[in-house]
Design a protein around this ligand. Structure first.
Ligand SMILES: [Zn+2]
Ligand SMILES: [Zn+2]
Length: 203
């Protein structure tokens, strides 16, 4: 008999599902989706913040009622917000590839260009970027956060589930996965949601 165990592939780096590639196609597609969505969300948020943009740029001193969450919108749409996350991952990917750093860009331009850079290099990132799990998690959280502000939804409720080691994990319905702080066990999305509910009294 041939020993197949030796050639068994590593599980997906993100969800721990069996996978032929380092990141399985479903997880990779989800990153691609977030990269496509973030520039759109950024533009929608920016519009949200400045409904009457298009003037000559001078602050006319208009006092419109502040929209709820405008501070959150501002922090997401200014430099270092959605822009910072995407540009940061572009920078680290460029560094790993030994490429020149990206030239300085405006925030609005940077969001689109960085997202496209990451989308174009997603195969390499999934196969080689040592922090692809952080990248996937950050982009998922950022997309969900931006979407929540635009739809006015409240943050997803966290559910306390029990790891067999006795530790309590807090996960959301859309969690990409979770790791137990206590025993280090990594759970994929469906595995995490299949854990038994933690006893609330054991706090
Ligand atoms: Zn996966
Ligand atoms: Zn555990």
């Amino acid at each position: 008999m041939i020993d197949t165990a030796a050639t068994e592939p590593e599980p997906c780096a993100l969800c721990r599902k069996a996978s032929r590639s380092r990141v399985h196609p479903g997880c990779r597609a989800r990153i691609a989706e977030h990269l496509a969505d973030l520039p759109v969300l950024h533009a929608e948020l920016a519009e949200h913040l400045a409904p009457s943009r298009g003037g000559d740029g001078g602050r006319a001193g208009t006092r419109t009622a502040p929209i709820p969450c405008s501070l959150e919108v501002l922090s997401l749409t200014s430099r270092g917000g959605i822009e910072g996350v995407l540009a940061g991952w572009e920078a680290s990917t460029r560094e790993l590839l030994g490429w020149d750093a990206a030239p300085p860009r405006t925030v609005d331009l940077s969001v689109g260009v960085s997202a496209r850079f990451l989308a174009v290099n997603l195969t390499w990132i999934c196969d080689h970027h040592p922090a692809v799990d952080d990248l996937a998690r950050e982009l998922a959280a950022l997309t969900a956060h931006a979407r929540r502000i635009l739809t006015g939804d409240r943050p997803e409720r966290r559910i306390a589930v029990a790891c067999p080691c006795g530790h309590t994990l807090r996960v959301t319905i859309s969690t990409p996965g979770a790791r137990c702080d206590n025993c280090g066990q990594q759970y994929g999305h469906s595995e995490a949601l299949q854990l038994p509910l933690a006893n609330r009294a054991a706090a």
